[in-house]
Each structure stands twice: as C-alpha cells, then as structure tokens.
Design a protein. Sequence first.
Length: 111
Amino acid sequence: MALPVFSSDMAQEELDAMVGNATLAANFLKAISHEGRLMILCHLVTGEKSVTELEDLLSARQAAVSQQLSRLRLEGLVIPRRDGKVIYYRLADDRSRRILEVVYELFCKKD
C-alpha cells in the first residue's frame, strides 16, 4: 500500500480530507498509547473476555481495568455485552488487530 504524496497543487478538499483522517488516526493512536489499554486489546485479540477475566490476566484492580475499558469504548475500539451481572468486551473491528500485528512484529517477535 502506497502512502499519499503531498504536492503544492492538491485541492483544498483533498487536504481537508487528509487532515480529518490524520485526526482520526491520532485519536486511535492516543487510545492505544497506554500500556494498560494496549494489553487489554492484546487479550481481546483472542476473543471476548469478561471484566473479571481481564482483571486476572492483567493482575490489575477492577477500577483500573474499567477505566481503561471506558476509554477504549469511548474511542469505539471495544464493544461491551452484558450477560446478567457480567459485562464482556470484544474488539469492535479489525483495526486494533491489524495494528497489534504490526506492533508485535516490530517490538515483540523474536527472530
């Protein structure tokens, strides 16, 4: 996939679209820039998890996990589902998985 090329003769509409897309991308990157949120997304790549499961996997307090899930939900990265008193979360779409694959390749994968 090729990156866009900026030129001095770009139409204002194209520039405006690029700024809008940059804003969306920046908000997405800010949402995943916290290690707690990043770890939550890593766990959700394997499938839906309850808040309690995430607490155990992250060895974190319920308040901290809920706060990070709230931010991920606000940014549209996770979707909650209630089953009685239990709330489950899953990835909202494939964007997080795709980014996490690149992050894993760059920072985690052992060659």
